[in-house]
Design a protein around this ligand. Structure first.
Ligand code: NAD
Length: 469
C-alpha cells in the first residue's frame, strides 16, 4: 500500500486519503471491499455492490460518549475505524479538546453539542445521537457546516407498545392500587369495577410505528381496536380506522395516545374530549406530555368519568433522577399523585435493553452508510439523498459529495467542473439553506479527482467536499 495522500475534504480540514495514483483499481481498503469467499470466485463479484471508503479506514477517528451500546461500538470497530468509547459524557472544556481530533462523535442525551463545541470540531463529518431526541445538538449550526446528524427515532417502538399493553390490564384490574395497599400492609380483595380486557374497545390515536404495533398486540388479547389518524392508513389485523377523534372517544373503553408533539396535538385531550369519552373509560399517554391537559384529566378522574389513567410523559420533565416529581416541577403534580388508579412512570416507555441495542445498531449503520457512501437517509438536519451503490464492475469510479449553500447557480458551476467527465448518476436536494449533491463519475484518474476537488472547494457556495471511491 502506498503512503496516504491528502485530499482536502473540507476547506481547512485535512484528512488522509489512501488513494493509489498508480493503480486506480486497487482500493487501499481492499479487505473491506472483498465479498465473503462463499460468494464463489471473481465472476460472482461482477455487479455486486462495491463498498466505498472515504480514506484509509484506520484514519477515521470516532469518539463515543455516554456508554453507547456495544452493538453500535462493534459495528464501527468492525469497519476498522479507530473507536474510543467512554462511559460518561465530558465537561464542555474537555469535550472541546477531544472533538478537535475526531471525524465522528456518538452521544446520547447528556452531551450538549452547542455552537461553542461544534466550532472547534474542525474534522467532524457526522454526529450519531444514540437516542431518540436531537435537541442536545445545534442542528442548524451543524447543517451550515456540513455536519450530518443521525438519530434513532423508531428503535424503541416495540418497547412502548408492550408497556401500553401492560398498562391496559393494570388499569382494568386496578393493579397499581392493590399493590400499593399491600406494600402498606393492607389486604383489600375487591372485584367491583375490575374488568377483563377481552371484548373491550381500544382506541388508538396516531397509528404510526407504536400505534400500529400496539393494535396487533391488543387484538391478540381479544380487544376490538379502532384508530384515528390524520392520514388514511391501512389497518393491520382486523382493526378499523374511524374518521374523527370524536368517533374514537365516543366508542373506546381505553384511549391511548401515540401522536407526535405538534402544534395541532398540544392539549388535544382536554375538557371537551374528556366529556366525549365513555363514563368509566381509561386514558393512557406515552406519547408527549403536551398532548394531555393534565388539570382537565385530574377533574375527569375525580368525577369518575375517567376510571383510570397511565402517564409516562409530562409537559415538564426533570433532567436527572431524584426526588423531583413534586409541585416544584409543575403545580398539579401533587393532585396527580393523590388520585386512585393512576400509573405514573418516569418516561420509561422506550427504556429497555432491547431498545438500547436496536438504537446502537440503527445509528451505527447510519454512520457507516454516511461515512462510506455519503447516503444521508435518516439525517435530521441534511437533505435526505441516496444513490444506488457503485458495483465491483466499476473500480475506477468515484463518488463526489458536494455540500453547499443553497443559492442560485450552484448546479451550473458544479456541472461545469464535473462536465468533462462521465457523470454516471447524480442527485441533489436541499433543506433550508443547505443543499447536498452526490455524483458518481466513471473512469476517473487520481489527478482529475484532485483537480475537480480543488475547483469545487474554490466555489463560494462550498461548505464541504468529499470524494469516496
Ligand atoms: N414514552 C416513550 O418513552 C416514547 C418512546 C418513543 C416514542 N414516544 C412518542 O410516541 C409518539 C408516537 O411515536 P411513533 O414512533 O409511533 O410516531 P410515528 O411518527 O410513527 O406515528 C405518529 C402518528 O401520528 C399521526 N398523527 C400526527 N398528527 C396527528 C393528529 N393530530 N391526530 C391524529 N394522528 C396524528 C401521524 O400521521 C402518525 O401516523 C411520539 O410522540 C413519540 O415522541 C414516546
Amino acid at each position: 500500500m502506498t503512503p496516504p495522500l491528502d485530499i482536502h475534504t473540507v476547506t481547512s480540514r485535512t484528512v488522509s486519503h489512501s488513494w493509489d495514483p498508480n493503480n486506480l483499481s486497487t482500493s487501499p481498503t481492499a479487505t473491506f471491499n472483498s465479498p465473503p469467499s462463499s460468494w464463489g470466485g471473481a465472476l460472482a463479484h461482477r455487479g455486486a455492490p462495491k463498498q466505498l471508503k472515504p480514506f484509509n479506514t484506520q484514519d477515521i477517528k470516532i469518539l463515543l460518549l455516554e456508554n453507547v451500546n456495544t452493538t453500535g461500538q462493534d459495528i464501527l470497530r468492525g469497519q476498522g475505524y479507530q473507536v474510543e468509547a467512554l462511559k460518561t459524557s465530558l465537561p464542555e472544556d474537555q469535550l472541546i479538546v477531544k472533538i478537535r481530533d475526531v471525524h465522528v462523535i456518538g452521544i446520547r442525551s447528556k452531551t450538549k453539542l452547542n455552537q461553542r463545541v461544534l466550532k472547534e470540531a474542525k474534522n467532524l463529518l457526522v454526529v450519531g445521537c444514540f437516542c431518540i431526541g436531537t435537541n442536545q445538538v445545534d442542528l442548524e449550526y451543524a447543517a451550515r457546516h456540513g455536519i450530518a446528524v443521525f438519530n434513532s427515532p423508531f428503535a424503541n417502538s416495540r418497547s412502548v407498545a408492550e408497556l401500553v399493553v401492560a398498562e391496559i390490564i393494570a388499569l382494568a384490574r386496578q393493579l397499581g392500587d392493590r399493590s400499593s395497599e399491600m406494600h402498606r400492609g393492607t389486604w383489600n380483595k375487591v372485584s367491583a369495577k375490575c374488568w377483563e380486557i377481552r371484548g373491550k374497545t381500544l382506541g388508538i390515536v396516531g397509528y404510526g410505528h407504536i400505534g400500529s404495533q400496539l393494535s396487533v398486540l391488543a387484538e391478540a388479547m381479544g380487544m376490538n381496536v379502532i384508530y384515528y389518524d390524520v392520514v388514511t392508513l391501512m389497518a393491520l389485523g382486523t382493526c378499523r380506522q374511524v374518521p374523527t377523534l370524536d368517533n374514537l372517544l365516543e366508542e373506546a373503553d381505553f384511549v391511548t395516545l401515540h401522536v407526535p408533539d405538534l402544534p395541532e396535538t398540544r392539549g388535544m385531550i382536554s375538557t371537551t374530549q374528556f366529556e366525549q369519552m365513555k363514563h368509566g373509560s381509561y386514558l393512557i399517554n406515552a406519547s408527549r406530555g403536551t398532548v394531555v391537559d393534565i388539570p382537565a384529566l385530574v377533574k375527569a378522574m375525580r368525577s369518575g368519568k375517567v376510571a383510570g389513567a397511565a402517564l409516562d410523559v409530562y409537559p415538564n420533565e426533570p433532567d436527572a433522577n431524584g426526588d423531583y416529581f413534586t409541585n416544584n416541577l409543575i403545580n398539579w403534580v401533587e393532585d396527580l399523585r393523590s388520585l386512585n388508579n393512576i400509573i405514573l412512570t418516569p418516561h420509561i416507555g422506550g427504556s429497555t435493553e432491547e431498545a438500547q441495542r436496536a438504537i446502537g445498531i440503527e445509528v451505527a449503520d447510519a454512520l457507516v452508510r454516511y461515512i462510506n457512501q455519503g447516503i444521508t437517509l435518516g439525517s435530521v438536519n441534511l437533505p435526505e439523498a441516496q444513490l444506488r451503490s457503485l458495483t465491483l464492475d466499476e473500480p475506477n469510479h468515484a463518488r463526489v459529495i458536494y455540500i453547499h449553500r443553497n443559492v442560485p447557480g450552484v448546479l451550473r458551476k458544479v456541472n461545469e467542473i464535473l462536465g468533462g467527465h462521465n457523470v454516471d448518476k447524480q442527485i441533489s436536494d436541499s433543506k433550508g439553506d443547505v443543499a447536498y449533491l452526490m455524483a458518481d463519475i466513471s473512469n476517473v484518474r487520481y489527478e482529475e479527482i484532485k483537480e475537480f476537488t480543488e475547483n469545487l472547494e474554490a466555489l463560494s457556495s462550498c461548505i464541504m467536499t468529499r470524494v469516496l471511491y
